[in-house]
Design a protein around this ligand. Structure first.
Ligand code: TXA
Ligand code: MG
Length: 369
């Protein structure tokens, strides 16, 4: 692949601290800051030419291409090494553009759009003929959302074309929440990453479809069951046995290191001689208890007792939104510690906590491989 490095990158670091690419290396991926207008212009030009570009969204980074171009979408599958049977999400330039690619049959869907778009909610619709089969893996339905990220919105609305964009990781791997994660996954495989810093939600959008007036949740995410409840009866179709969409395979979201999921890390005993890393929900100090110093001391004590080689807390204060935003970054950090095992603690199942536990569950299914 021929890669052009734009001057914003040569000049120094990106907003998330990525080192500038060496201009002599033409096979590497360019990284541009989201706030540089040159960066956005470059992304728009490449997308117009039928190329793929990694863009930040409010959930995770997406690998975008023109959704109505078969050859552009084919490049997404190639870069991710994603099987063609796994359909993509289409991101709209505006609410109005929905009618060009999908048929809205349910009034509940219209209400969800009104309430949650732009935002981290993907809705499945019957597709129009204009949407190529490669996008939907031959299904008669298409997954659609509208990103709320200002950079994504600016680029997609300037293009005024729908963009297909799966998470910008290699197939089966943890979704990227920073530009650096995308670079780690796809360096040399795509021409450009627009780096907008860490993403807000940190986990992928909630996916729903409406069947006979019931809201079926196909993938849990930032729009929780409680937030959907006012709009209709909810049916959670998220367990491995009933999965309809291939992307909801139980081993999706897996780090390379084996992961065990437990209810309470305090009851875990480290096997002798094993390098074990721990992913706690919160610091053992707890909310309302003494500040960070004693929390750190408590962690230190626990670490000593359990012989953990590495420790992370999803949220020191036990905030589930913060925990979701940190989840994939911390899994990646533990994944490079050369561990025999990551042991992770379930988080409280309310709100976005259910979506976090889903990701941990899937990552732990690697144990059954
Ligand atoms: O937050 C997100 O949704 C991110 C950002 C980039 O928008 N995207 C994302 O895309 O997570 P991806 O491709 O990693 O996950 C899309 C999921 C897959 O599990 C796929 O199987 C499912 O959506 N999907 C796509 N089209 C579908 C359809 N017609 N029916 C059911 N599931 C579908
Ligand atoms: Mg994905």
């Amino acid at each position: 692949m021929r890669t052009e490095i734009v001057s914003a990158v040569r000049a120094g670091q990106t907003s998330s601290g990525i080192q500038a690419d060496d201009p002599s290396q033409t096979d590497r991926t360019a990284v541009v800051r989201a706030e540089s207008s040159e960066g956005c212009a470059k992304a728009i030009k490449l997308l117009r030419e039928g190329e793929v570009v990694a863009l930040p969204t409010e959930t995770v980074y997406g690998l975008a291409a023109d959704a109505l171009s078969v050859s552009a979408v084919a490049k997404i599958f190639e870069a991710k090494a994603r099987p063609r049977f796994d359909p993509l999400i289409v991101h709209l330039p505006s609410r109005k553009a929905l009618a060009e690619i999908a048929i809205v049959e349910s009034p509940i869907a219209s209400q969800l759009i009104e309430k949650f778009w732009p935002g981290p909610l993907t809705i499945i619709f019957r597709k129009c003929d204009v949407v190529p089969d490669i996008v939907t893996a031959g299904l008669e339905t298409v997954a659609v959302r509208m990103s709320a990220h200002p950079v994504f919105r600016e680029i997609v609305s300037t293009l005024n074309r729908p963009l297909a964009a799966p998470s910008a990781n290699r197939f089966g791997r943890v979704s990227p929440t920073t530009g650096q994660h995308v670079l780690d996954e796809l360096d040399g495989r795509i021409p450009l990453i627009v780096d907008g810093g860490a993403t807000e939600h940190g986990i992928e959008s909630t996916i729903v479809r409406i069947v006979d007036g019931v809201i079926e949740v196909l993938r849990r995410g930032p729009i929780s069951e409680g937030m959907l409840q006012p709009f209709g009866e909810i049916y959670e179709r998220t367990s491995a046995s009933v999965i309809k969409a291939p992307g909801q395979l139980p081993t999706h979201y897996a780090p390379n290191t084996r992961l065990a999921l437990v209810d309470d890390l305090k009851n875990f005993s480290t096997p002798n001689g094993k390098r074990v890393g721990a992913l706690f929900f919160r610091s053992p100090g707890g909310v309302g208890e003494p500040g960070p110093r004693s929390a750190t001391a408590a962690t230190g004590a626990l670490r000593e007792v359990k012989n953990f080689v590495a420790v992370r807390h999803l949220s020191e204060s036990g905030n589930l939104r913060e925990a979701a935003a940190n989840l994939f970054r911390m899994l990646r950090e533990l994944d490079v510690e050369n561990l025999d095992l990551i042991v992770a603690e379930r988080v409280p199942g309310e709100g976005i906590g259910a979506a976090i536990n889903d990701r941990l569950e899937r990552a732990s299914n690697r144990l059954a491989d």
